[in-house]
Design a protein around this ligand. Structure first.
Ligand code: SF4
Length: 325
């Protein structure tokens, strides 16, 4: 059940990949958190730590081999309380209008052989069936204009647009009906810094103007620093830290978060930044205890055998590390 002013309530979520060819891979392990209206929340961590699997599960894209084992995801962004994974059929009806998802590659959203205009029209026909063709066209053109996108993009095929422009078009589609929540997986990866900045500004504007909440997955902590209000850090399928972005950068506390932040390039710094030694765990055979212990410079004996609980150490600031107890 959603508490007042909660948009998404995730509790005890466990999900992973099951197939006959390989051992079960639990990519999302005992994850709990809440999202609130009109905020931008980041999800950071190295590749292979479960970020994209978590995002797909939140959107109800639970198709073989991905499987949910336990937990709940309650969405309250459509004026009701809806269980995303218990009622996948009803979840489909929420998509685009109340809940949108931007996958890693924008081309996977866009049909390469259909002009952008037609793709917007199809969305309008499904979600605003009462509008005339001219009314739909006007709404789309007006919306693109508000986002600073020229309506000339409508006449293009996806491959005729630059990567940055395609990504903007996908974000425009995902937010056309002012959904309560947009889940975006690496929305700026592969784009140059100037284009990245434009896209991040677009996200910030939409959050402020339309009240949309964004959950943004990126392995690049610098992106989170620029855009997010709150940040969650994921490692080995677990959330190991949740807090406001400012607090998290000022007091990283958790050794993994400290190393992630230390690996960021600094302005005017010409030296080589230290990376995080080793690699993330194999989620089909994760280490016992804290999953970061084989790489942790502050390891203690207890870390080898006991999984640290994610504890709220100050209001809204959660840390999963034995050092914080
Ligand atoms: Fe390091 Fe132990 Fe904290 Fe894990 S629990 S991050 S191994 S100090």
């Amino acid at each position: 059940m959603c508490a007042p002013k909660v948009l998404l309530d995730v509790a005890g979520l466990q999900a992973g990949y099951a197939s006959r060819q390989m051992p079960f891979v639990r990519a999302v392990d005992n994850i709990s958190f809440r999202l609130y209206p009109q905020e931008i929340v980041g999800l950071a961590g190295e590749s292979g730590c479960g970020k994209s699997s978590l995002l797909k599960t939140l959107y109800g894209l639970v198709e073989h081999p991905l499987r949910v084992e336990a937990g709940s995801i309650v969405f309250c962004g459509n004026g009701h309380q809806h269980s995303i994974i218990q009622d996948l059929r009803a979840t489909q009806k929420l998509r685009w209008r109340y809940l949108s998802y931007i996958p890693q590659a924008s081309m996977s959203v866009l049909n390469p052989v259909v002009r952008i205009e037609k793709q917007f029209q199809e969305l309008m026909e499904i979600h605003e069936p009462g509008l005339s063709a001219t009314g739909s066209q006007d709404k789309v053109t007006e919306y693109l204009d508000q986002l600073g996108l020229s309506s000339t993009v409508l006449r293009s095929f996806p491959h005729q647009l630059s990567g940055g422009m395609r990504q903007r078009v996908v974000i425009a589609m995902a937010t056309l009906f002012s959904p309560a929540l947009v889940l975006a997986d690496e929305p700026t990866t592969g784009l140059d810094v100037v284009v990245q900045r434009g896209i991040l500004q677009m996200v910030r504007d939409m959050c402020e103007q339309y009240g949309t909440t964004f959950m943004i997955v990126s392995h690049d902590v610098g992106i989170h620093y620029q855009i997010t209000d709150r940040l969650m850090i994921m490692y080995g399928g677990y959330l190991v830290k949740i807090g406001t972005t400012r607090e998290l950068f000022e007091k990283p506390c958790h050794p993994y978060t400290q190393l992630l932040i230390a690996s960021l390039p600094r302005l005017g710094d010409t030296g080589k930044r230290s990376g995080i030694g080793g690699s993330p765990p194999d989620l089909s055979r994760p280490p016992q205890g804290c999953r970061f212990h084989p790489r942790c410079p502050q390891i203690m004996e207890v870390c080898r055998s006991e999984i640290p609980e994610l504890l709220e150490i100050t209001p809204g600031h959660y840390v999963g590390c034995h050092l914080s107890i």
